[in-house]
Design a binder for this molecule. Sequence first.
Ligand code: NAD
Length: 472
Amino acid sequence: MTDNNELTFSQSVDRMIERALDVMEIEQGQANALKSCDSVIQVRFPVKIKGTIEVFTGWRAVHSTHRLPAKGGIRFAPFADQDEVEALAALMTYKCAIVDVPFGGSKGALLIDPSKYDREEMQLITRRFTLELVRKGFLSPSTNVPAPDIGTGQREMSWIADTYKHLHPEDVNYLACVTGKPVHLGGIRGRTEATGRGVQYTIQEFFRHADGLKQAGLSSSLADQTIIVQGLGNVGYHATKFLSEEDGARIICVIERDGYVHNEKGINIESLYQYIVEHKTIKGYPDATFSEDGKKALEMECDILIPAALEAQITVDNAARVKAKLIVEAANGPVTYQADQILNKMGVAILPDAYVNAGGVTVSYFEWIRNLSHIRFGRMQRRNEELRNEQYIAMLEEITGTRISDLAKEKLSHGANEIDIVRSGLEDTMRHAFQEIREIWLRDDRITDYRTAAYVLAVEKISKSYIDIGVY
Ligand code: NAD
């Protein structure tokens, strides 16, 4: 329990999965095996910073290895602990199962405030942390593959890949030891935007089903919706940029660590993002009203609330005052177990983290395959596809006697390149998973929320593989 009588993060995740296990009447031993974290290491290592030795603490947890490698991000944050890392590793297991990504679940964290160190120091620290993980068997292309999370991005992933390469020069697949790398260093197009893009596909799919919309009290057009987002980092920025620019939704409020900005007419996300890059704060942004109490903005009137920052943001303390009709959990664990119960009773629809933010691991899976196959998606087929399409167009013109415009010709002949393939694979994954979750939501009267439905889906798939390998 935490100070305000909330469960810890991992207890909260366990309780949520237990709701699904209860419905499924899973035997206690199996349930325990499914929930427990396989292994976790804590490392402490010294790094000399500006002439002084500093000791850093980090963790890597492996929740499950029913599929290998185990997969999950590494966060660099001043507030990490082992309970959080284990909870996030468990979420990764369920997440991978929900979206049919054949990985186990893992997660890592380094206790650090990255804003206190310069680039060279961060590189030293990241490389030293990588060394610890590799040496202890917690990082390799076949067993455990990290990715970006809070406070880490392409830069850190490059350092991790390079450190692993120097430790294992004989490993021809060394690039697959980490995902989320820059494209020129073995990354894949579309990985940076993937989690936010997945959030967009999730919401688009939700808006294709009239029964779910009616139950949530939402109108049928995504373009009519008002959205509040918490966190304009990688996930929050991409999700709201795409939802506003491509789907016409109105982002009326953005909550960041120093407060929130509000404009009922809608905020231009790109312009706000550029403002943050330049000024390192949202304060003073000219086209919206600023206020310091960010937490309060979670309770503002809106259609869709997208928490995309940290865990435990909607708790017993504020859940009853939330006015959004739909909560889309782009962050991991933003709603605690107790808050989830309150919101369910209020009839607020919640699309759960283990499904919503799975776009990141899905495209990481594509990147991992790209690294193992040593070839960019589309490289062998694209020109061939274009030639065939050009032939079809010529035939069509000949048969109909009508000239097709140059613009239409260009669109019709276009062969899929890597970003097209990644986006369509991601969209297909997110849509298919939502339909599977919906089927469970519709088939069993005892399941009234999407989270329990998603976890039933995850447990069904994981149990099946445990049965197949003889664990159950
Ligand atoms: P990030 O570090 O890029 O962004 C986090 C943002 O939240 C930053 O802009 C930060 O300033 C803001 N923030 C921090 N504290 C805040 C507070 N108290 N109130 C409001 N805003 C605050 O991280 P990210 O990669 O976007 O991850 C965000 C969430 O999404 C995390 O829960 C992470 O685990 C989850 N997630 C990320 C990915 C990914 O691919 N990056 C994948 C799956 C899940």
